[in-house]
Design a protein around this ligand. Structure first.
Ligand code: ARG
Length: 571
């Protein structure tokens, strides 16, 4: 619409380009001020007149085009009133004629690598990892919708000195039975015990360092134990991924790069970037106001940064990405700044395609989240708690619901995801059960409930499982003069905006843009539904309103799916 009005205005305003005009066009605060407005302030200089005068003179000179029902000058603004029936018809027809509304070809032929989730072996999958998993999964879906090929990489924390410690602890105090019985919890306990004992016995640290060095040199016994720890951890992680319905294309963790690190050190040496400092090998970055990037310890063993450097080069070679995104907590900001800088200093211009996508902290508001031990919070416990609480709510609200368990699962998980994605990712997230499970609040369940409500209206009209063809047929038959009231038009405008929303979310790596949008559509739908009865005797009215309900339902479902949230048909 903006584009169309800009094209129309361009004939009357030769001093501005079509693009400049489009940029200036605004949406008025209320619909009675028109659907779109052009402010005349910018023209005052070249016209040597007051903006209000320009607005009124221009308006008088205009020949109203077909798609506009009225043009009015109001102070310094020119307000445009759409021909609502035509606008409604064009918009709904445009939406249903698309194979995948909101899809674009902007990403065609481009690959994006995404590094997210990446929990640490032998450590619990905590709420921070829940955030990177949820945010990463959503950004993956958003970019896929725009036609990008996205490679989902899980950079597991499965290598490093901590495994030397763990092996030492296991050999001293552990048992196969306990590890098998208690899983990750037992591995964490062993790790804690190591640190406690090492406080009084310093030889333990030496032993651990030596053990890790041996692992890097291929000690079979140690590697076997390590593999086993990894298997045990993966089993627990996979449970969380299954609950969230999250998948990966590669589980290439840090250990995957362990043999590539000598090569990285050689390259850095050849580029004259490597310096020895306090026994370690570093790339100095003081010129760029950063502490040095440490790439090897004094005993030559690799570290987190070395493996990240190897990973970038490997990914570039393997996937030829245009961008590689890293979704981690804000506390790793410096780490990635250093890595990206070193890659740039090595002469790779693809360094500009490396992007750190940070997020804020997680805190617990009211009530206690039951944790298994101490204050270690497992993501799995949170998800289960949310599902269970949802089950209770459903049992109260709708005890006869079919598929109660599946719905409780989708809604409980949806609530957690939505709570995570509703605010900008850099903001902290709070788990406040009363808030995030409030079916009337700004929550996932509210949006899901709106979708289920639309589905129920369609069922009443005989559409048990409405198909794309059904929706096309409804829109094809609809008389759009029925959809010209404020609430219908406000809803149609929301639906119209979906493709722009997806683009903007991708540009900012910001799922909250989509989450907010799904809430806007839900609100607009509920206002429409309050003002307009859908199942009425008048067939003409019924068909047009059903068409709008059906299209809305599909878009709510699609926008939720971009967040990684399922939309049950009944709730
Ligand atoms: N395993 C790390 C952690 O739990 C996150 C890894 C992020 N990815 C990376 N390429 N460094 O904090």
């Amino acid at each position: 619409m903006k584009t169309k009005i800009a094209e129309f205005l361009a004939d009357y305003i030769p001093s501005l380009s079509k693009e400049e005009i489009e940029q200036l066009i605004e949406t008025p605060p209320t619909q009675d001020m028109g659907d779109l407005a052009f402010p005349c302030f910018r023209l005052a200089k070249s016209y040597h007149k007051a903006p209000a005068m320009i607005a009124s003179e221009l308006t008088q000179s205009m020949q109203k085009p077909e798609f506009i029902s009225d043009i009015q000058a109001a102070g310094p603004y020119i307000n445009f009133y759409l021909n609502r029936a035509e606008y409604a018809g064009n918009t709904l027809k445009k939406i249903v004629s698309a194979d995948d509304y909101g899809h674009s070809d902007e990403g065609e032929g481009k690959t994006i690598c995404m590094d997210y989730s990446s929990p640490n072996i032998a450590k619990n999958f905590h709420v921070g990892h829940l955030r990177t998993t949820i945010i990463g999964n959503s950004i993956y879906k958003i970019f896929s919708k725009l036609g990008y090929k996205v490679v989902r990489i899980n950079h597991l924390g499965d290598w490093g000195t901590q495994f030397g410690k763990l092996i030492v602890a296991y050999k001293r105090w552990g048992s196969k039975e306990e590890v098998e019985k208690k899983g990750i919890q037992e591995l964490m306990d062993l790790y804690v015990r190591f640190h406690e004992e090492a406080e009084t016995d310093d030889t333990l640290n030496d032993e651990a360092r030596a053990a890790f060095a041996e692992m890097e040199h291929g000690n079979e016994e140690y590697l076997k134990i390590w593999e086993w720890f990894k298997e045990i951890s993966m089993k627990e992680f996979m449970r969380v991924y299954d609950m969230l319905d999250v998948q990966f294309d590669a589980f290439t963790g840090e250990s995957f790069y362990r043999n590539m690190t000598p090569e990285i050190l050689d390259m850095l040496r050849q580029d004259h970037l490597l310096v020895e400092s306090e026994g370690a090998l570093v790339v100095p970055l003081d010129e760029y106001d950063m502490p040095p990037c440490i790439v090897a310890k004094s005993d030559g063993s690799s570290i987190y940064a070395t493996r990240d450097l190897a990973a970038v080069l490997y990914r570039k070679k393997t996937y030829d990405f245009t961008k590689c995104l890293y979704v981690t907590g804000l506390e790793q900001k410096l780490h990635f700044k250093q890595i990206f800088k070193v890659i740039e200093l090595m002469g790779y211009d693809f360094a500009s395609g490396l992007v750190h996508v940070p997020y804020g902290l997680v805190s617990l508001k009211s009530g206690k989240i039951s944790s298994r031990k101490g204050n270690v919070i497992y993501a799995e416990d949170i998800l289960n708690e949310s599902i269970n609480k949802t089950k209770t709510i459903i049992s109260e609200k709708n005890p006869n619901l079919e598929n109660k368990d599946q719905v409780a699962h989708d809604v409980g998980i949806g609530a957690i995801i939505f709570n995570d994605l509703y605010n900008q990712r850099i903001k902290d997230v709070t788990f406040d059960w009363d808030k995030l499970l409030n079916f009337d609040g700004e929550t996932g369940p509210y949006v899901q409930y709106t979708h289920a409500r639309a589905a129920s209206v369609l069922r009443k009209a005989g559409y048990d499982e409405i198909t794309k063809d059904d929706i096309r047929a409804l829109v094809g038959k609809a008389d759009f003069n029925v959809l010209t009231d404020d609430a219908s038009i406000a809803l149609i405008k929301e639906l119209d905006r979906y493709p722009t929303v997806i683009k903007s979310a991708a540009e900012k790596y910001e799922p909250s843009v989509v989450a907010r949008y799904s809430m806007d559509v839900a609100h607009a739908f509920n206002t429409f539904y309050r003002d307009n009865q859908v199942i009425v005797d008048d067939d003409k009215v019924k068909t047009a309103r059903l068409a709008l309900v059906a299209v809305t339902k599909e878009i709510i479902k699609d926008s939720l799916s971009l967040l990684g949230i399922h939309s049950p048909e009944r709730m």
